[in-house]
Design a protein around this ligand. Structure first.
Ligand SMILES: [Fe+2]
Length: 171
């Protein structure tokens, strides 16, 4: 759901201005917030790898992979099917997003291998490519797909937000 509020700027009685404030709630906010969490976990892992703190890198990388698995899984098992069934097609934007998820999973696997083998150069190359892919992917989702889903799925917003939050919570 996209909530639109109006906020009064300025203190003068005659010259205050109303501005429109757009706040994301529900489906879009839940998933956008989780993007931030994944980004933070990735950055934490990259720092540890750069400094060759491998024991910490193992732990941070595992945490990052769990968060990414949960995120991709939540979209694929809750959001995308709901959107596809509402619009009656699997050939829209969710098809592109699913293909990008597959690419991300490949990169995650390659990262896991380079962390396991303590090969920083391979890790850094792969991390850079994943970072670029994630940035582009997340921007498309946050600017286009999530608002589209929030509009299309508005009547089911509460139910789907609950299901997404549950799928995003690590066991
Ligand atoms: Fe996604």
């Amino acid at each position: 759901m996209i909530r639109i509020k109006y906020k009064r700027l300025g203190s003068s009685k005659n010259a205050s201005t109303l501005i429109r404030v757009t706040t994301m709630t529900g489906i879009a906010k839940t998933l956008s917030d989780h993007h931030k969490l994944c980004d933070a976990l990735f950055a934490q892992c990259e720092r540890a790898a750069l400094e060759q703190r491998w024991a910490e890198t193992d732990e941070f990388h595992a945490r990052f992979c769990r968060a990414m698995d949960a995120h991709l899984g939540a979209e694929e098992s809750v959001l995308f099917p709901a959107f596809e069934s509402a619009v009656g097609s699997m050939d829209g934007p969710t098809r592109v997003m699913r293909a990008e998820h597959a690419q991300m999973r490949d990169f995650l696997q390659r990262l896991t291998q380079s962390v396991g083998e303590r090969r920083y150069a391979d890790y850094a190359d792969c991390a850079e490519m994943l970072l670029i892919l994630m940035r582009q992917h997340n921007l498309k989702e946050e600017n286009i797909l999530y608002p589209m889903c929030a509009r299309t799925l508005a009547p089911r917003s509460n139910e789907l937000t609950r299901q997404l939050a549950q799928a995003l919570t690590p066991p």
